[in-house]
Design a binder for this molecule. Structure first.
Ligand SMILES: C[S@@+](CC[C@H](N)C(=O)[O-])C[C@H]1O[C@@H](n2cnc3c(N)ncnc32)[C@H](O)[C@@H]1O
Length: 435
């Protein structure tokens, strides 16, 4: 009966979607609008200012008939509960059909609760005041990211996310995860190498390494690192000035310090550490439960590896890191799949803080990877999928309407480049100019 009700609603949405799709060619110019937050029960007091970049955003997000309709449905509490349940069941069954050991891994972690409690107690910073946007219901968990069941399932959720990127291929969860993560770390390495090579004017090496950049660079390619010959004039230190040998730089060796914001249970942190094996990597997250699982993964087989010793996890808020990260101290500041969980104001505050901690050598790099609002796959998500997604991601309207590249430039990053690192995701890179 419940399932039928959800199916009827989904069909209704499909009809509404096809009806409105014929309007989509009349795009609205980018604008700033005041609107209700995507709260399931909007109230006038929840009014917030949201930037809307209408040219790129999918039609199911941030304004428009389909988006508003979905938000109204999500705003009906009993219906919202049904959607949550549907989303969760769908996620787990699809994951397990594709080889993700969802429940098995969750049970294994639950059985390690004693050791997880120890990790939790060591990392917990009791003085942290969680921002309101963070304590909302997330991913079908009433307590959002601040609970154990969510922590038990994070790793499996990232495997499912990776598998969804290549639905027509037969990949194991590990193969899909590797492909998604290496496309990110390769684009970061390519960007950093290009900055160094361009500043050092070593044309022959440049020719060789520029092939590292994924060929699918987006329309912003006019500002790709290859066209950054002017960096030196802007005062960038050359590679030789930094006393870094060529081979180590090409393997990412000159990156000594990395911060991974919104590190969750450490999946992105481990891939970053693997890509830059001589760097110290600091994973920062607001969820002490997630950080406890991250540490369990760090020190237990099969995840623990030689890179484990270079990693530290810290309980902290990405907007406020002055008590534990010095200004200008980090060669690479990364955020993987965090920004879609943020309202726009938090995104702006975090970008400012990312700028503060990024190295002032001229090589200090910021790398943000997340859902790509401009990707055809995201633009054309079927109605049931985007409805389920919106019902479990409270800030998705704000994310899809946010001009990330522009916001990065506004806080001071330069040479901002967007690379479509896979069919669903983009990596946006930039660097802090030399001081
Ligand atoms: C989808 S998870 C990221 C997963 C991980 N980086 C990866 O690539 O697999 C987003 C994470 O951001 C964290 N987060 C959200 N807002 C945050 C904030 N303001 N400060 C620190 N962490 C935050 C959440 O707790 C969550 O663990």
């Amino acid at each position: 009966m419940r399932a039928n009700l959800v199916m009827i609603l989904m069909s209704f949405l499909r009809v509404a979607e096809s009806f409105t799709s014929s309007w989509s060619r009349f795009s609205v110019p980018a604008c700033r609008v005041a609107l209700y937050s995507s709260s399931p029960s909007p109230s006038p007091s929840a009014t917030t200012t949201m930037e809307v970049t209408a040219t790129e955003k999918p039609k199911w997000a941030a304004g428009g008939v389909v988006s508003d309709l979905v938000n109204i449905l999500i705003g009906i509490k009993p219906l919202f509960s049904l959607m949550k349940l549907g989303a969760r069941q769908q996620l787990i069954s699809t994951a397990e059909q594709n080889g993700v050991p969802w429940r098995e891994r969750a049970i294994a972690l639950e059985q390690k609760q004693e050791i997880l409690d120890q990790y939790y107690n060591t990392c917990l910073v009791e003085s942290i005041e969680y921002p309101q946007y963070y304590t909302r219901e997330f991913h079908a968990y009433d307590e959002g990211n601040l609970n154990w069941p969510a922590a038990y399932e994070c790793e499996q959720a990232t495997m499912s996310m990776a598998l969804r990127v290549w639905p027509t291929e037969t990949l194991t969860p590990k193969e899909a995860q590797d492909r998604l993560r290496y496309s990110f770390t390769d684009s970061v390495k390519g960007y950093i190498n290009e900055i160094a090579l361009t500043s050092g004017e070593q044309a022959s090496i440049k020719k060789r390494t520029s092939s590292m950049l994924p060929s699918s660079s987006s329309s912003s390619s006019s500002s790709t690192p290859s066209s950054m010959n002017f960096l030196r004039e802007k005062g960038l230190q050359s590679k030789s000035e930094r006393n870094v040998d060529e081979q180590s730089f090409n393997s990412g060796g000159s990156v000594d310090s990395i911060v991974d914001l919104g590190c969750s249970v450490g999946v992105s942190t481990f891939y970053l550490s693997e890509a830059f094996p001589s760097a110290s990597v600091l994973g920062v997250d607001l969820s002490p439960q997630f950080l406890a699982v991250a540490q369990e993964r760090q020190w237990s087989f099969p995840v623990a590896s030689p890179v484990s010793k270079n990693i530290m996890f810290v309980h902290g808020q990405a907007e406020k890191m002055d008590s534990f990260i010095a200004s200008g101290s980090q060669d690479l500041v990364a955020a993987c799949f965090m920004f879609h969980e943020l309202p726009q104001q938090a995104s702006r505050d975090i970008l400012k803080e990312m700028f503060r901690i990024t190295s002032t050598s001229g090589f200090g790099t910021i790398a943000i990877t997340d859902n790509n609002p401009g990707s055809t796959v995201i633009q054309r998500l079927p109605a049931p999928i985007f409805t389920l997604m919106k019902s479990t991601e409270p800030w998705s309207d704000e994310y899809y309407a946010f001009d990330l590249e522009q916001a990065m430039r506004q806080v001071g990053f330069v040479d901002v480049v967007t690379i479509e690192t896979d069919p669903r995701h983009r990596t946006v890179l930039g660097r802090r100019p030399a001081m």
